[in-house]
Design a protein around this ligand. Structure first.
Ligand code: GLN
Length: 200
């Protein structure tokens, strides 16, 4: 059976995720295809989904217009569709946003019971890299943060996988993983392997 992994391809780091996923599938000797999703009608045929980094306002609005938001919600509620949300993807997975989210009125999927703060590390630290200890790996992960969001609240059934500066930067809830940073921008594919291994 071929695994089908969808990458939301409206805006942002789409290509980088597609390449990382293709390499990960090859390294696992797994049959699979990675497809880009721009339109409605495809999410339901996917075994897993990636929502990449980019501008969460733009991605959210266009996903709403194309009805993809509703399709994702249905797929999670009805068949526990696994989702990896990175950076803007983390924002979109959250149930609750900060003032910035309220101000823009951007739509959220609201699938993870967490509160997200956009651009959580402020102007001085718009973009940085850190060797991040994560509960799921022995060696720290080289995490690239770019105008990164972070979680300021997580419900009890959310597993916190990593924190940085007292903020939650990686979390797992049901079959969903939300990351503040960009694993697709490094050659370290442990997170993509973990995602496929854990949920597929
Ligand atoms: N700050 C962006 C947002 O909230 C996310 C940045 C990113 O994905 N690199 O949409």
């Amino acid at each position: 059976m071929t695994t089908r992994i969808g990458v939301i391809a409206i805006q942002g780091d789409v290509e980088e995720h597609v390449i990382a996923l293709e390499k990960t599938l090859a390294e696992r000797d797994a049959q699979g295809e990675v497809i880009k999703i721009k339109h409605r009608g495809i999410v339901g045929s996917c075994d897993a989904l990636v929502i990449p980094g980019g501008e969460s306002t733009t991605i959210g609005r266009l996903m709403q217009r194309e009805n993809i938001l509703a399709e994702i919600k249905t797929a999670v509620e009805e068949c526990e569709l696994p989702i990896l949300g990175t950076c803007a993807g983390m924002v979109l997975l959250a149930k609750e946003g900060d003032e910035e989210v309220a101000k823009t009125g951007q739509p959220l999927l609201g699938l993870m019971d967490v509160k997200v703060k956009r651009n959580a590390f402020g102007r001085q630290r718009e973009s940085f890299e850190a060797l991040l200890p994560m509960s799921i790996f022995e060696a720290p992960f080289p995490a690239v943060f770019i105008r990164a969001p972070a979680l300021t609240r997580a419900s009890e059934d959310v597993d916190v996988l990593a924190t940085f500066d007292t903020l939650i930067v990686a979390a797992k809830h049901r079959d969903m993983i939300a990351l503040s940073f960009h694993p697709e921008l490094t050659e370290d594919r442990r997170i993509h392997h973990y995602f496929l291994e854990t949920f597929l």
